[in-house]
Design a protein around this ligand. Structure first.
Ligand code: HEM
Length: 621
């Protein structure tokens, strides 16, 4: 189970003297006091004691291992926001720390990721810096909950949040610059009292300011420290909203109806508070956040969630599954096979007290907003072209999901060869895969209602996009065992897809686990020094031995038949695709640069499970 901590901080080991760089006093600086220890100073004022986990990836990774954390999403510290400085200096400062974050991530063995910071007093500069950072590898941005007197409903900040949604950037809102400080000079009260109030203010300002009615639903927003005092006082807010028109603000719905628009982290330090938070926000809206490695952070990251009375399924969500969805990390970390986590786009996200409807469950509005024809003037058949491709991709997603299930079942058999249930489960899922693929073969006929002339009218708009870039199709090939590394080159422009395919290359395929299971069953023996050909023959003979003893191996023969049928249907898919291609573009070259149908014909010989076919040749009459 991936454990992902979405709220923790870093400081680089050193950075330039900012006061000298900008010619203004009181910028934060780091004073190393002894090995592995340092103090953050703001001008002459002591701000915070820190230790090497802040800047040393090795120490951080060791502590993550100790606490069973797979990934951390690091942010800078609000003391560096500089929203009250000149925008030019704040931007320069943001760039320094954003680049430093990526340097740390680069040494993090893929387990450290980061959120950038932006000069939020300048919206244009913030949007530009966010775009730069997203291209450079940040997963999103950490912002403060206000900029001077401007709360999060400020039109400029709303514009920035729009931009975050467009860029697919996750947003973590962190309280800072706490209110009422003259009355809280002692006892860390700005942290223990001011911060929760600031966070509550941030959320309430967004709700009552009507920002959630304006912002797209795809915006991924999380508030630190469990959302501060918000959840506990939601009833008070709701009461005011219902009974006092003046408390209505600009929002269209009662405040409690907006809980499905943001998440909170789990940094509340009390099991009862966590339980209440999950009940209020919903299990899909709370994520592990530790505030590590600061003094007020969670010692033993994730221990609050792990030791809580929450159901195991909920703990899985809080510890990592929700973060995977929130951060769009589906492709980098594998969710547990036993508890598949629906992706953001399919999760039924409704507030606890809002009734689920057909449309909200299926995300119909979002789905119907995903077709964007490119032709001008608009060409009637382009919509069909888009919808047919999108439908294929949806079914590819289901196929990957089911084939992952097949891998998990066969792995279970390899671990315990007496487990008949897992063999049946593999066969059951494979049957679904063959039925889906049958539909996919048929579906080309719909596209063939498009005349070649009509396609050529908008084909020019598609270049250089090509089926070669269908990540899921290639994933399917890799997952079934056809791992051609060369095909990765078509995914260089999309690093996420590239990383996902690299992962598939490394992971066991259906082919691998099928034969591992036969080996565990005692059907397959291969000597270490066998040649590739001899190994292939041994695998084919293992299949043969199943068919030869039908009475004892009905369940396995069913798996073999389903795999063979799937192989057969994928070849049918390739053939129908070629026929479609020839019908629509003749012998033209492809938009992906191949020779078109003559190239595609070469793929017809590809088989996922050639041993299953070879076994048929070996069968005696
Ligand atoms: C007008 C309809 C279509 C035409 C003209 C067409 C054309 C082509 C061509 C020429 C190629 C070779 C690569 C290249 O140079 O671009 C290709 C590959 C591919 N196409 Fe299509 N295609 C069409 C519809 C579809 C549909 C509906 C799908 C469904 C997902 C699809 C999926 C693919 C895939 C996955 C590949 C890569 C195949 C491989 O590498 O083995 N195509 N297509």
């Amino acid at each position: 189970m991936p454990v992902i901590d979405i709220h923790n901080h870093f400081f680089p080991r050193t950075w330039p003297d900012l006061s000298a760089r900008y010619g203004t006093p009181d910028w934060p600086w780091i004073k190393h006091t002894e090995t592995g220890k340092a103090e953050i100073m703001v001008g002459d004022r002591f701000f915070r004691q820190i230790y090497s986990a802040c800047w040393d990836p090795e120490v951080r990774l060791q502590e993550m291992d100790r606490d069973g954390v797979e990934m951390q999403i690091m942010s800078a510290t609000p003391v560096l926001f500089a929203y009250d400085r000149s925008a030019e200096h704040a931007l320069d400062c943001a760039r320094l720390f954003n680049d430093a974050a990526l340097e740390l991530c680069a040494q993090g063995k893929g387990r450290l990721k980061s959120l950038c910071q932006v000069p939020l007093q300048d919206i244009d500069a913030s949007c530009k810096e966010l775009s730069r950072c997203m291209r450079a590898g940040h997963l999103g941005v950490q912002i403060g909950n206000h900029v001077g007197d401007k709360n999060l409903d400020d039109p400029g900040i709303v514009t920035f949040l729009h931009h975050c949604a467009d860029e697919g950037a996750a947003v973590l809102v962190h309280p800072w610059d706490m209110l009422g400080q003259p009355r809280m000079p002692k006892y860390m009260m700005p942290w223990t009292v001011g911060m929760p109030a600031e966070t509550q203010l941030g959320i309430v300002a967004m709700i009552l300011g009507g920002t959630f009615d304006k912002l797209p639903r795809k915006l991924r927003l999380c508030f630190a420290h469990g959302g501060g005092s918000f959840a506990f006082l939601l009833g008070r807010l709701e009461n005011a909203w219902k009974h006092h028109p003046v408390a209505h603000g600009l929002c269209e719905l009662p405040p409690s109806q907006y809980l499905n628009r943001f998440s909170v982290d789990s940094a509340v330090f009390d099991p009862r508070a966590l339980q209440f938070l999950v009940e209020t926000m919903g299990a899909e809206r709370v994520m592990l956040g530790s505030d590590y490695p600061f003094p007020l952070g969670e010692h033993g990251i994730g221990s609050l969630i792990r030791s809580s009375q929450l159901p195991e399924k909920t703990k899985t969500r809080l510890l990592g599954a929700n973060a995977m969805e929130f951060l769009g990390l589906k492709s980098e970390l594998k969710a547990p096979a036993a508890e598949p986590i629906p992706s953001v786009s399919t999760a039924p996200i409704v507030p606890k007290n809002e009734q689920l409807t057909y449309s909200s469950y299926l995300k119909v509005a979002e789905l119907l907003g995903l077709q964007h024809p490119q032709s001008t003037p608009h060409h009637h058949d382009e919509l069909l072209f888009i919808i047919v491709h999108q439908t294929y991709e949806l079914w590819f997603k289901e196929l990957l999901h089911d084939l992952d299930g097949v891998v998990a079942s066969l792995q279970a058999v390899a671990a315990d060869p007496s487990s008949h249930d897992d063999v049946y489960e593999a066969a059951r899922l494979l049957r679904r895969c063959t039925e889906i693929t049958r539909v996919l073969v048929e579906q080309f006929t719909i596209l063939e209602t498009m005349l070649p002339t009509h396609f050529l009218a908008f084909r020019g708009k598609l270049e250089p996009a090509s089926g070669f870039q269908s990540e899921q199709f290639r994933e399917l090939e890799f997952l079934c065992g056809l791992k051609d590394e060369k095909m990765l080159r078509y995914h260089r422009p999309t690093p996420e897809a590239h990383a996902q395919l690299e992962r598939r290359l490394r992971e066991p395929s259906v082919h691998d686990v099928f034969f591992q299971a036969l080996q565990a069953l005692g059907k397959l023996q291969v000597s270490i020094d066998a040649t590739e050909r001899e190994r292939f023959q041994a695998r084919a003979r293992a299949v043969l031995s199943l068919y030869q003893d039908e009475h004892s191996h009905r369940d396995w023969i069913d798996v073999c038949e389903r795999l063979t049928e799937f192989d057969e249907l994928v070849v049918s898919w390739r053939l129908r695709h070629i026929q479609l291609v020839e019908r629509v573009i003749g012998a033209r070259v492809g938009t992906g640069g191949s020779t078109g149908s003559s190239y595609l014909k070469l793929t017809l010989d590809k088989k996922f499970f050639p041993e299953l076919w070879e076994a048929r040749t070996l069968l005696a009459e």
